[in-house]
Write a protein that binds this ligand. Structure first.
Ligand code: NAP
Ligand code: GDP
Length: 324
């Protein structure tokens, strides 16, 4: 019997990247892939979730659908992040069990780990201590996926597992600065500064303002790299325990470096300044990819500045369909 894979959140940043890799480098003829977004069914609603899964009858699922956003969106919407994501995750895993889906890969994040912790963070630390105040809603909802996975394994012997990506960016991201993560938010804000025709200021005198001090550290993974690893997880990884999918610790960069790389990709000639009245969030979330490297020692991540350039070029060439 061929494998039928349903991808929830299939219209988003990660879902669209998976769609791309399974049509190209990761293509297999014995798999059928179906990608669904919120227009196909509202996963916060149990009945709608049942109808969607009954319609496609998958035997494997990559579950990406979630309320997602950057630091500032999280800070203003903790309750919604908690409630929507708890509902989506509970409905999806329950219905997967009901219709006998034999493998589910759900998505956590390195931003759900304890705020006060030792570094590097690893997979054993998901439930260790309080998450950062800025995103407690999202964090607890995501941590509960791991609790659900353990429960489905212990009571029903299901192989429902999770991946833990670091900060993701790439084509089809959400570029709306109010809701977005740092990279798409900066790309959109800088584009608007460069293309602001309401002022005569030459570009050399224009200012790109980084929110916060620029000093926090982050690991970033290009969506196409994550997509390949997510497909590998579905096909090969056979443990219920989460697996961190992140670039190496040595590839962690400052937010200032991110801003400078984006400015370079746009060939921006103005100044970069820092608005320190805005929040920095957690200083760092350095995660270890030792477990991933034990399975995939030779996996090549796309170089950061190269992938930033691809993302900026995609943004410039797809203005008609950019989420902003
Ligand atoms: P995204 O681009 O915002 O996409 C979210 C997806 O979820 C969209 O396909 C959206 O559908 C769908 N969705 C949202 N609410 C839904 C609902 N009520 N019912 C059905 N579908 C719904 O997000 P992403 O960045 O690809 O994130 C994918 C996964 O990675 C998420 O689980 C996220 O928590 C995790 N993650 C993301 C990051 C990051 O930096 N982006 C980092 C770590 C982990 P429509 O677009 O059709 O509305
Ligand atoms: P996080 O990695 O989960 O904290 O979320 P983000 O992707 O939103 O990154 C937040 C970090 O980037 C914080 O240190 C912010 O101060 C900084 N930052 C700088 N400029 C921006 C921006 O335009 N948007 C966002 N979301 N964060 C920014």
């Amino acid at each position: 019997m061929s494998t039928r894979v349903l991808v929830t959140g299939g219209t988003g940043l990660v879902g669209s990247a998976i769609r791309h890799v399974i049509q190209t480098t990761e293509k297999r003829n014995d798999e059928e892939w179906i990608f669904v977004g919120s227009k196909d069914g509202d996963l916060t609603d149990l009945q709608s979730t049942r109808e969607l899964f009954e319609k496609y009858k998958p035997n494997k699922v990559i579950h990406l659908a979630a309320m997602v956003g950057g630091l500032f969106y999280n800070m203003n919407n903790n309750l919604d992040f908690l409630r929507k994501n708890m509902l989506i995750n509970d409905n999806v895993l329950l219905v997967c069990h009901e219709i006998n889906v034999n493998k589910v890969v759900s998505c956590l994040s390195t931003c759900i780990f304890p705020d006060k912790t030792t570094y590097p963070i690893d997979e054993t630390m998901v439930h260790n201590g309080l998450p950062h105040d800025s995103n407690f809603g999202y964090s607890y909802a995501k941590r509960l996926i791991d609790v659900l996975n353990r429960g489905y394994f212990e009571q029903h012997n299901r192989l429902y597992t999770s991946i833990v990506p670091c900060n993701i960016y790439g084509p089809n991201d959400n570029f709306n600065p109010t809701a977005s993560h740092v990279i798409p938010g900066m790309i959109h804000r800088l584009y608007n500064i460069i293309n602001d025709n309401t002022v005569d200021t030459p570009q050399e005198e224009r200012v790109f303002t980084v929110w916060g001090s620029g000093k926090p550290l982050r690991q970033f993974i290009y969506s196409l790299d994550l997509a390949k690893l997510a497909v590998w997880t579905l096909r090969e990884y056979d443990s219920v325990s989460p697996i961190i999918l992140s670039v190496d610790e040595a590839d962690e960069v400052t937010i200032e470096f991110v801003a400078r790389s984006i400015a370079k990709a746009f060939d921006f000639k103005g100044r970069i300044e820092f608005d320190t009245t805005k929040a920095d969030g957690q200083h760092k979330k350095t995660a270890s990819n030792t477990k991933l490297r034990s399975y995939r020692p030779d996996f090549q991540f796309t170089k950061f500045e190269e992938a930033i350039k691809y993302t900026v070029d995609w943004y410039l060439q797809n203005q008609d369909k950019v989420r902003k």
